[in-house]
Design a protein around this ligand. Structure first.
Ligand SMILES: C[S@@+](CC[C@H](N)C(=O)[O-])C[C@H]1O[C@@H](n2cnc3c(N)ncnc32)[C@H](O)[C@@H]1O
Length: 285
Protein backbone atom coordinates (compact mmCIF):
# COMPACT_ATOMS: atom_id res chain seq x y z
CA UNK A 1 0.00 0.00 0.00
CA UNK A 2 1.38 3.43 -0.93
CA UNK A 3 1.62 6.21 1.67
CA UNK A 4 -1.22 8.06 -0.11
CA UNK A 5 -3.43 4.95 -0.05
CA UNK A 6 -2.66 4.47 3.65
CA UNK A 7 -3.57 8.09 4.40
CA UNK A 8 -6.81 7.74 2.42
CA UNK A 9 -7.72 4.61 4.41
CA UNK A 10 -6.92 6.39 7.70
CA UNK A 11 -9.11 9.36 6.70
CA UNK A 12 -11.97 7.05 5.69
CA UNK A 13 -11.81 5.10 8.99
CA UNK A 14 -11.63 8.29 11.03
CA UNK A 15 -14.65 9.69 9.16
CA UNK A 16 -16.67 6.66 10.29
CA UNK A 17 -15.71 7.40 13.94
CA UNK A 18 -16.50 11.10 13.62
CA UNK A 19 -19.99 10.23 12.35
CA UNK A 20 -20.54 7.52 14.99
CA UNK A 21 -19.56 9.77 17.92
CA UNK A 22 -23.01 11.26 18.75
CA UNK A 23 -24.47 7.75 19.00
CA UNK A 24 -21.62 6.69 21.29
CA UNK A 25 -22.53 9.67 23.48
CA UNK A 26 -26.17 8.55 23.65
CA UNK A 27 -25.19 5.01 24.65
CA UNK A 28 -22.22 5.85 26.88
CA UNK A 29 -23.91 4.60 30.09
CA UNK A 30 -24.72 1.29 28.40
CA UNK A 31 -21.13 0.96 27.11
CA UNK A 32 -19.74 1.81 30.55
CA UNK A 33 -21.77 -1.02 32.13
CA UNK A 34 -20.88 -3.48 29.34
CA UNK A 35 -17.14 -2.83 29.61
CA UNK A 36 -16.89 -2.42 33.39
CA UNK A 37 -15.03 -5.72 34.14
CA UNK A 38 -12.40 -4.82 31.53
CA UNK A 39 -12.00 -1.24 32.75
CA UNK A 40 -11.74 -2.47 36.35
CA UNK A 41 -9.01 -4.98 35.42
CA UNK A 42 -7.05 -2.38 33.48
CA UNK A 43 -7.26 0.23 36.24
CA UNK A 44 -6.40 -2.27 39.02
CA UNK A 45 -3.35 -3.52 37.15
CA UNK A 46 -1.99 -0.02 36.50
CA UNK A 47 -1.64 0.51 40.28
CA UNK A 48 -2.08 4.27 39.97
CA UNK A 49 -0.82 6.73 42.58
CA UNK A 50 -1.73 10.31 43.53
CA UNK A 51 0.12 12.88 41.45
CA UNK A 52 0.59 10.67 38.37
CA UNK A 53 0.00 11.73 34.77
CA UNK A 54 -2.41 9.27 33.13
CA UNK A 55 -3.07 9.17 29.39
CA UNK A 56 -6.12 7.50 27.88
CA UNK A 57 -5.76 6.77 24.16
CA UNK A 58 -8.68 6.20 21.76
CA UNK A 59 -10.83 7.14 24.75
CA UNK A 60 -14.17 7.46 22.95
CA UNK A 61 -16.64 8.76 25.59
CA UNK A 62 -13.76 8.53 28.09
CA UNK A 63 -15.24 6.37 30.82
CA UNK A 64 -12.25 4.14 31.58
CA UNK A 65 -10.06 7.19 32.21
CA UNK A 66 -12.83 8.94 34.16
CA UNK A 67 -13.10 5.92 36.48
CA UNK A 68 -9.35 6.15 37.13
CA UNK A 69 -9.14 9.95 37.51
CA UNK A 70 -9.88 9.86 41.24
CA UNK A 71 -6.93 7.50 41.89
CA UNK A 72 -4.36 10.07 40.69
CA UNK A 73 -5.80 12.80 42.95
CA UNK A 74 -4.45 14.98 44.40
CA UNK A 75 -2.07 16.45 41.88
CA UNK A 76 -2.44 14.03 38.98
CA UNK A 77 -3.92 14.85 35.57
CA UNK A 78 -5.77 12.64 33.12
CA UNK A 79 -5.19 13.37 29.43
CA UNK A 80 -8.31 12.13 27.65
CA UNK A 81 -7.51 11.69 23.96
CA UNK A 82 -8.99 10.39 20.74
CA UNK A 83 -8.33 10.96 17.03
CA UNK A 84 -11.96 11.94 16.37
CA UNK A 85 -12.83 15.52 17.33
CA UNK A 86 -16.49 14.58 17.76
CA UNK A 87 -15.56 11.81 20.23
CA UNK A 88 -13.53 14.33 22.25
CA UNK A 89 -16.60 16.58 22.41
CA UNK A 90 -18.66 13.62 23.69
CA UNK A 91 -15.99 12.91 26.34
CA UNK A 92 -15.77 16.58 27.34
CA UNK A 93 -19.53 16.76 27.93
CA UNK A 94 -19.44 13.47 29.84
CA UNK A 95 -16.61 14.63 32.13
CA UNK A 96 -18.59 17.79 32.91
CA UNK A 97 -21.67 15.69 33.74
CA UNK A 98 -19.65 13.31 35.93
CA UNK A 99 -17.87 16.21 37.67
CA UNK A 100 -14.35 15.10 36.63
CA UNK A 101 -12.07 18.09 37.04
CA UNK A 102 -8.47 16.79 36.83
CA UNK A 103 -8.72 16.12 33.10
CA UNK A 104 -7.57 17.83 29.93
CA UNK A 105 -8.57 16.84 26.41
CA UNK A 106 -6.29 16.45 23.43
CA UNK A 107 -6.70 15.15 19.89
CA UNK A 108 -4.10 12.39 19.50
CA UNK A 109 -3.52 9.81 16.78
CA UNK A 110 -2.38 6.46 18.18
CA UNK A 111 0.33 6.07 15.53
CA UNK A 112 2.06 9.40 16.26
CA UNK A 113 1.45 10.82 19.72
CA UNK A 114 1.97 14.56 19.84
CA UNK A 115 3.44 14.42 23.38
CA UNK A 116 7.01 14.69 24.68
CA UNK A 117 9.02 11.53 25.40
CA UNK A 118 8.89 10.22 28.99
CA UNK A 119 6.04 12.59 29.94
CA UNK A 120 3.35 10.24 31.33
CA UNK A 121 3.27 7.61 34.09
CA UNK A 122 0.52 5.35 32.81
CA UNK A 123 -1.52 4.67 29.67
CA UNK A 124 -4.98 3.16 29.21
CA UNK A 125 -6.21 2.05 25.80
CA UNK A 126 -9.39 -0.01 25.67
CA UNK A 127 -10.57 -1.40 22.33
CA UNK A 128 -8.63 1.00 20.11
CA UNK A 129 -5.22 -0.30 19.06
CA UNK A 130 -6.52 -3.07 16.75
CA UNK A 131 -8.53 -0.55 14.72
CA UNK A 132 -5.57 1.24 13.15
CA UNK A 133 -3.22 0.54 10.24
CA UNK A 134 -0.04 0.18 12.28
CA UNK A 135 -0.55 -1.10 15.85
CA UNK A 136 3.22 -1.70 16.18
CA UNK A 137 3.87 2.03 15.61
CA UNK A 138 1.22 2.83 18.23
CA UNK A 139 2.87 0.50 20.77
CA UNK A 140 6.29 2.11 20.12
CA UNK A 141 4.77 5.57 20.51
CA UNK A 142 3.08 4.56 23.77
CA UNK A 143 6.41 3.34 25.14
CA UNK A 144 8.18 6.53 23.99
CA UNK A 145 5.83 8.82 25.95
CA UNK A 146 5.94 6.67 29.12
CA UNK A 147 8.55 7.38 31.77
CA UNK A 148 11.21 4.66 31.48
CA UNK A 149 11.43 2.44 34.55
CA UNK A 150 8.09 3.20 36.18
CA UNK A 151 5.74 3.78 33.21
CA UNK A 152 2.91 1.25 32.74
CA UNK A 153 0.41 0.49 30.00
CA UNK A 154 -2.92 -1.38 30.18
CA UNK A 155 -4.59 -2.39 26.92
CA UNK A 156 -7.61 -4.33 25.79
CA UNK A 157 -8.51 -5.84 22.41
CA UNK A 158 -11.11 -8.42 21.33
CA UNK A 159 -10.52 -12.17 21.20
CA UNK A 160 -11.43 -14.07 18.00
CA UNK A 161 -14.78 -13.60 16.22
CA UNK A 162 -16.16 -16.98 17.33
CA UNK A 163 -15.96 -15.80 20.96
CA UNK A 164 -17.69 -12.51 20.11
CA UNK A 165 -20.97 -13.25 18.34
CA UNK A 166 -22.31 -9.85 19.48
CA UNK A 167 -19.92 -8.37 16.91
CA UNK A 168 -19.61 -11.17 14.35
CA UNK A 169 -23.35 -11.94 13.90
CA UNK A 170 -24.29 -8.57 12.30
CA UNK A 171 -21.25 -8.78 9.98
CA UNK A 172 -22.06 -12.40 9.09
CA UNK A 173 -25.61 -11.39 8.14
CA UNK A 174 -24.28 -8.73 5.75
CA UNK A 175 -21.78 -11.19 4.26
CA UNK A 176 -24.39 -13.94 3.81
CA UNK A 177 -26.67 -11.51 1.96
CA UNK A 178 -23.72 -10.42 -0.26
CA UNK A 179 -23.85 -6.82 0.98
CA UNK A 180 -20.18 -6.81 2.04
CA UNK A 181 -17.21 -9.12 1.29
CA UNK A 182 -16.03 -11.47 4.06
CA UNK A 183 -13.85 -9.46 6.48
CA UNK A 184 -10.09 -9.57 5.88
CA UNK A 185 -8.58 -10.29 9.32
CA UNK A 186 -5.26 -8.72 8.20
CA UNK A 187 -6.99 -5.36 7.89
CA UNK A 188 -7.62 -3.05 10.86
CA UNK A 189 -10.73 -4.14 12.73
CA UNK A 190 -12.17 -5.61 15.90
CA UNK A 191 -10.33 -8.92 15.53
CA UNK A 192 -7.00 -7.75 14.08
CA UNK A 193 -5.12 -8.56 17.31
CA UNK A 194 -7.18 -11.59 18.31
CA UNK A 195 -4.61 -14.26 17.39
CA UNK A 196 -3.13 -16.14 20.37
CA UNK A 197 0.04 -14.36 21.43
CA UNK A 198 -0.68 -11.32 19.24
CA UNK A 199 -1.01 -8.82 22.05
CA UNK A 200 2.08 -10.11 23.85
CA UNK A 201 4.13 -9.98 20.62
CA UNK A 202 2.97 -6.43 19.97
CA UNK A 203 4.11 -5.29 23.43
CA UNK A 204 7.38 -7.26 23.30
CA UNK A 205 8.13 -5.84 19.85
CA UNK A 206 7.84 -2.30 21.24
CA UNK A 207 10.24 -3.14 24.10
CA UNK A 208 7.73 -3.46 26.97
CA UNK A 209 8.53 -5.85 29.85
CA UNK A 210 6.67 -7.64 32.69
CA UNK A 211 3.87 -8.44 30.24
CA UNK A 212 0.74 -10.06 31.64
CA UNK A 213 -2.15 -11.07 29.35
CA UNK A 214 -5.54 -12.38 30.49
CA UNK A 215 -8.98 -13.14 29.07
CA UNK A 216 -12.18 -11.54 30.38
CA UNK A 217 -15.68 -12.79 29.57
CA UNK A 218 -18.44 -10.21 29.13
CA UNK A 219 -22.05 -10.27 28.04
CA UNK A 220 -23.82 -8.07 25.52
CA UNK A 221 -27.52 -8.12 26.37
CA UNK A 222 -30.56 -6.49 24.79
CA UNK A 223 -34.28 -6.78 25.47
CA UNK A 224 -34.98 -8.01 21.92
CA UNK A 225 -33.24 -8.64 18.59
CA UNK A 226 -34.65 -5.30 17.38
CA UNK A 227 -33.04 -3.55 20.38
CA UNK A 228 -29.75 -5.36 19.66
CA UNK A 229 -29.84 -4.22 16.02
CA UNK A 230 -30.57 -0.63 17.10
CA UNK A 231 -27.62 -0.85 19.53
CA UNK A 232 -25.36 -2.20 16.77
CA UNK A 233 -26.44 0.51 14.32
CA UNK A 234 -25.48 3.17 16.87
CA UNK A 235 -22.18 1.68 17.99
CA UNK A 236 -20.81 0.25 14.74
CA UNK A 237 -20.43 3.00 12.16
CA UNK A 238 -19.32 0.42 9.58
CA UNK A 239 -22.48 -1.69 10.12
CA UNK A 240 -24.76 1.36 10.12
CA UNK A 241 -23.27 2.71 6.91
CA UNK A 242 -23.47 -0.69 5.15
CA UNK A 243 -27.14 -1.06 6.17
CA UNK A 244 -28.07 2.54 5.33
CA UNK A 245 -26.94 2.00 1.73
CA UNK A 246 -29.54 -0.78 1.25
CA UNK A 247 -33.20 -0.54 0.23
CA UNK A 248 -35.95 -0.94 2.84
CA UNK A 249 -36.63 -4.54 1.78
CA UNK A 250 -32.92 -5.39 1.90
CA UNK A 251 -32.67 -3.86 5.39
CA UNK A 252 -35.58 -6.02 6.55
CA UNK A 253 -33.84 -9.09 5.10
CA UNK A 254 -30.67 -8.18 7.06
CA UNK A 255 -32.74 -7.91 10.24
CA UNK A 256 -34.35 -11.31 9.59
CA UNK A 257 -30.91 -12.86 8.98
CA UNK A 258 -29.58 -11.40 12.22
CA UNK A 259 -32.61 -12.77 14.09
CA UNK A 260 -31.91 -16.25 12.64
CA UNK A 261 -28.20 -16.11 13.52
CA UNK A 262 -29.08 -14.79 16.99
CA UNK A 263 -31.45 -17.68 17.79
CA UNK A 264 -28.92 -19.60 19.94
CA UNK A 265 -28.59 -16.49 22.12
CA UNK A 266 -32.32 -15.60 22.28
CA UNK A 267 -34.51 -16.69 25.18
CA UNK A 268 -38.23 -17.59 25.18
CA UNK A 269 -39.21 -13.95 25.86
CA UNK A 270 -37.13 -12.72 22.91
CA UNK A 271 -34.29 -11.15 24.95
CA UNK A 272 -30.76 -11.71 23.59
CA UNK A 273 -27.59 -12.38 25.58
CA UNK A 274 -24.44 -12.65 23.49
CA UNK A 275 -21.15 -13.76 25.02
CA UNK A 276 -18.16 -11.46 24.50
CA UNK A 277 -14.50 -12.18 25.17
CA UNK A 278 -11.87 -9.47 25.62
CA UNK A 279 -8.10 -9.82 25.98
CA UNK A 280 -6.43 -7.52 28.48
CA UNK A 281 -2.74 -6.81 28.97
CA UNK A 282 -0.55 -4.83 31.30
CA UNK A 283 3.17 -4.13 30.85
CA UNK A 284 5.96 -1.81 31.97
CA UNK A 285 7.91 0.56 29.73
C1 LIG B 1 -14.25 0.99 19.78
S1 LIG B 1 -14.05 2.68 20.22
C2 LIG B 1 -13.48 2.49 21.89
C3 LIG B 1 -13.76 3.70 22.72
C4 LIG B 1 -13.42 3.53 24.22
N1 LIG B 1 -12.01 3.35 24.42
C5 LIG B 1 -14.19 2.37 24.82
O1 LIG B 1 -13.56 1.39 25.21
O2 LIG B 1 -15.43 2.47 24.92
C6 LIG B 1 -12.58 3.11 19.37
C7 LIG B 1 -12.13 4.55 19.53
O3 LIG B 1 -10.89 4.70 18.85
C8 LIG B 1 -10.85 5.98 18.24
N2 LIG B 1 -9.86 5.92 17.16
C9 LIG B 1 -9.98 5.35 15.95
N3 LIG B 1 -8.84 5.48 15.25
C10 LIG B 1 -7.96 6.14 16.04
C11 LIG B 1 -6.60 6.57 15.90
N4 LIG B 1 -5.94 6.36 14.77
N5 LIG B 1 -6.02 7.21 16.93
C12 LIG B 1 -6.71 7.46 18.08
N6 LIG B 1 -7.99 7.10 18.27
C13 LIG B 1 -8.61 6.44 17.27
C14 LIG B 1 -12.27 6.17 17.76
O4 LIG B 1 -12.57 7.52 17.49
C15 LIG B 1 -13.06 5.59 18.94
O5 LIG B 1 -13.35 6.57 19.90
Amino acid sequence: MSADEADAQRAEMLGVWERAAPGWGERADEQRAFGMPVSAWMIDHLELHPGEELLELAAGPGDTGFMAAELIQPGGTLICSDAAEAMIEVARARAARLGIENVRFQRLELEWLDLPAASVDAILCRWGIMLILDPAAAAREARRVLRPGGGRIALSVWAAAEHNPWASVPTQALVELDHIPPPDRNQPGLFALAAPGGLRELLEGAGFGDIEVETIELERAASSVAAFIAQTRTMSGAFAEAVNRRSESERLAVEREIATLAEPYTDARGAVRFPARALVAVATA
